[in-house]
Design a protein around this ligand. Structure first.
Ligand code: IMP
Ligand code: MG
Length: 182
C-alpha cells in the first residue's frame, strides 16, 4: 500500500504528537462542560479513536453516517444522511469530528442538520484542512494539519474504500486516481 504513495506527509508519530496538542486544547475548552463527540463515519474513525483517548473528560460518543457523492476524487456537493434518526443532542455541547475539510459541503450539511436538533453549542474538529476556496463557508474550530489541495489517503482516509488502515497520511500517486471511480 505504501508503494502507492507519491510521498508521505505525516508519519504516525507526527500525527499522534499533534493529537496530544489538539486533545489538550479541547480538554481545556470543555473542562466544565459535558462533551458529546459526533464522529462522521467512516473517515474519522481512526482519528476519533486516537483523539478521544487523549481527552480525560466525561464524554459521550455518537456517530453519523453520510454519503457525499464523488466523481473520481472530487465531491459533487450532494450529501445524503444514511440514518433515519439523528443522535439526541438537545442541550448538549457537541463537537463534530471529521477526517478532512475539502469543499466543505459535507460538514456544512452536517452542521446545519445538527443545528435543527437544538444542541447547546456546536464546534467542528478536523484532522486535515485543504488550503483552497471552499464551496460552502464552514470553519473548523480545531484543525490537525493544513495541507495543499492534493488527494491524500491513510489514517482513516480512503480512495475507493482502500488505504484507511495505513498508519501514516500520504499523497496518492496521481496515476492511481483513474476515471473509473465515478
Ligand atoms: P468535502 O468536500 O469537504 O465535503 O469532503 C467530503 C469528504 O470527501 C471527506 O469527509 C472525505 O471523506 C472525502 N475527501 C475529501 N478530500 C479527500 C482526500 O484528499 N482524501 C480522501 N478523502 C477525501
Ligand atoms: Mg471518503
Amino acid at each position: 500500500m505504501q508503494a502507492d504513495l507519491e510521498r508521505i506527509l505525516f508519519d504516525e508519530a507526527t500525527i499522534l504528537r499533534r493529537l496530544d496538542e489538539i486533545a489538550a486544547q479541547i480538554s481545556n475548552d470543555y473542562r466544565d462542560r459535558e462533551l458529546t463527540v459526533i464522529a462522521v463515519l467512516n473517515g474519522s474513525l481512526v482519528f476519533m479513536s486516537d483523539l478521544m483517548r487523549r481527552i480525560p473528560l466525561p464524554l459521550r460518543l455518537d456517530c453519523l453516517s453520510v454519503a457525499s457523492y464523488h466523481g473520481r476524487a472530487e465531491t459533487t456537493g450532494e450529501v445524503i444522511f444514511k440514518q433515519v434518526a439523528l443522535p439526541d443532542v438537545v442541550d448538549r455541547h457537541i463537537l463534530i469530528l471529521d477526517d478532512i475539510l475539502d469543499s466543505g459541503h459535507t460538514l456544512a450539511a452536517i452542521r446545519e442538520k445538527l443545528e435543527t436538533a437544538k444542541p447547546r453549542s456546536i464546534r467542528v474538529c478536523v484532522l486535515l484542512q485543504k488550503k483552497k476556496e471552499r464551496g460552502r463557508s464552514i470553519d473548523a474550530d480545531y484543525i490537525g494539519f493544513e495541507i495543499e489541495d492534493e488527494f491524500v489517503v491513510g489514517y482513516g482516509l480512503d480512495f475507493m474504500e482502500r488505504y484507511r488502515n495505513l498508519p501514516c497520511i500520504g499523497v496518492l500517486r496521481k496515476e492511481l486516481i483513474t476515471q473509473t471511480n465515478s
